[in-house]
Write a protein that binds this ligand. Structure first.
Ligand code: NBP
Length: 500
């Protein structure tokens, strides 16, 4: 009986589940699969009869659990939130001590902390693993961010390392299979144990927050090239393709070039000109921003990217406002090539600030939750498989290898130098955006972040004075040690003061 049992199981055969199951089976692991709607299980198994490891379709949760080798390992890939809790609730009575439940969905990290604790108290083990890379990543190599009990991850590790994306250990460059769709041999897997309980899902959330920032910055570069320089979609596609050969080399820049060059099959016009300008969101960017506010960590660039999507969503209101509210109406007549170069620099500098904010959040979270995160390793496992994969991440790994306790990425010699060289162009672009009335919220917020972070004395002395004036909130003095608080009797604004 036991030699026919599966190495691992997977519950939830929607887009992600089907692709991850095929990836696992391709790597020679026998995998049992179960879906609430049984017809999906049957169709999936029938459509994939010859995988190297073998797919075992199960019609009930009971038969699914019985089909697994002990200690059992099962991945849940159903809708995040309530559905995940329902599946866990149904599974628990069927499991034995030390069985391992792995949630690969986009769970909130605090839900994962709760679930891990609940299952641990029942003698079960729980791993919350971020899975990034969408459908394609799940099928051919995602970036995987597992958190939970380290010993439980050791049992999952052979599967996770086999199916993850791979990068060249020396250069950090993503490796591809000998043929499209074939498993990659060699390289370092884009997965590593992140830390206890919710650490993996927290890091996945930060990945998504950074992804929101990256996408919005690219949109601002596009808006400036279009609004200021009047470039066509095809011309901009060529520029992004060119940028993809340099320090901005990344999946998102690459697909942006493709999107800009794509023609609409119906009208023959650039498809990007036909797509309605309203963006959706599933919530992970919002979670990142809310968490930043909760922890009091400045992450304005990531939050601006979330708000930019919110503003895009109020299309009818914006159309009405566009007929009423005036801005500058002048045309740019300078050196277009120089401005394209300046926009590239603005994008790069803003990106550095956005990543700096994401890593600051993880630094604070590890204190809050008593984790010990390896930031260089996190940047490395984002090098392949995931949506934010980029050459730039290798520089982040190197920065944390130089100094594991780096307070802020901006202070690393490489990034410090990069911003120093490019900041004149960055400032020029933010200035032009304001002058010509083109919204560039992440470019300008990132610049304000940079300028605030490098300012020894901010104007919050005045703010604290205001707080003390109306609320007796006290203030510290520049000429006294920190931690000593003062208050004066400010003049009562309702009572006229006598002239001295
Ligand atoms: P969905 O998030 O669309 O979920 C659909 C799956 O959940 C189906 O298998 C469905 O079964 C199952 N399900 C639901 Br809904 N309620 C259930 C319940 N009460 N009991 C049992 N099963 C239930 O699937 P997805 O887009 O493949 O995403 C799966 C997970 O991966 C999510 O957490 C998602 O956030 C995460 N993720 C998605 C992506 C992506 O690119 N799509 C990327 C990274 C992570 P049914 O067939 O019977 O309705």
């Amino acid at each position: 009986m036991s030699n026919t049992q599966s190495e691992i199981g997977l519950i939830g055969l929607a887009v992600m589940g089907q692709n991850l199951a095929l990836n696992i089976a391709d790597h020679g692991f026998r995998i049992s699969v179960y879906n609430r709607t049984t017809s999906k299980t049957d169709a999936f198994v029938a459509a994939n009869p010859n995988t190297p490891g073998g797919l075992v379709g199960c019609a009930s949760l009971e038969s699914f659990v019985q089909s697994l080798k002990r200690p059992r390992k099962m991945i849940i890939l159903v809708q995040a939130g309530w559905a995940t809790d329902k599946v866990i609730e149904s599974l628990v009575p069927l499991l034995d001590k030390d069985d391992i439940v792995i949630d690969g969905g986009n769970a909130r990290w605090d839900d994962t902390i709760r679930r891990e604790k609940e299952l641990r108290e029942l003698g079960l083990r729980f791993i919350g693993s971020g899975v990034s890379g969408g459908e394609e990543g799940a099928r051919f190599g995602p970036s995987l961010m597992p958190g939970g009990e380290a010993a439980a991850y050791e049992e999952l590790r052979p599967v996770w390392e086999a199916i993850a994306a791979k990068v060249d250990p020396a250069t950090g460059k993503p490796l591809e299979g000998a043929e499209p769709g074939k498993p990659v041999t060699g390289g370092v897997a884009c997965t590593a144990f992140i830390g206890p309980n919710g650490a993996g899902h927290y890091v996945k959330m930060i990945h998504n927050g950074i992804e929101y920032g990256d996408m919005q910055m690219i949109c601002e570069a596009y808006a400036l090239m279009q609004g200021l320089l009047d470039l066509s979609a095809t011309e901009m596609g060529e520029i992004f393709a060119d940028w993809n050969k340099g320090s901005l080399d990344s999946f998102l820049i690459e697909i942006t070039a493709d999107i800009l060059k794509q023609k609409d099959p119906v009208t023959g016009q650039p498809l990007v000109d036909i797509i309605l300008d309203t963006a959706g969101q599933k919530g992970t960017g919002k979670w990142t921003s809310v968490n930043a506010l909760d922890m009091g960590v400045p992450a304005p660039t990531i939050s601006e990217a979330v708000f930019a999507r919110c503003l895009s969503a109020i299309k009818e209101e914006r159309v009405a406002a566009s007929k009423v509210l005036k801005g500058p109406s002048k045309s740019f007549s300078g050196d277009k090539a120089a401005i394209v170069e300046a926009i590239r620099d603005a994008l790069y500098c803003s990106k550095i600030c956005s990543y700096a904010q994401g890593f600051q959040l993880m630094r604070e979270a590890q204190k809050e939750y008593d984790w010990k995160l390896n930031f260089g390793e996190i940047a490395r496992i984002w090098r392949g498989g995931c949506i934010i994969r980029a050459a730039f991440l290798q520089k982040i790994t190197e920065a944390f290898e130089r100094d594991a306790d780096l307070a802020n990425l901006l202070l690393d010699p490489y990034f410090k130098q990069s911003v120093e060289v490019a900041q004149e162009n960055w400032r020029k672009v933010v200035g032009l955006a304001a002058e010509y009335g083109i919204a560039a919220p992440t470019f300008s917020s990132a610049l304000s972040y940079y300028d605030s972070y490098r300012t020894a004395r901010l104007p919050q002395n005045l703010l604290q004075g205001q707080r003390d004036y109306f609320g007796a909130h006290t203030y510290e003095r520049t000429d006294q040690p920190r931690g000593k608080f003062y208050h004066i009797d400010w003049p009562d604004p309702k009572r006229p003061q006598l002239e001295a």
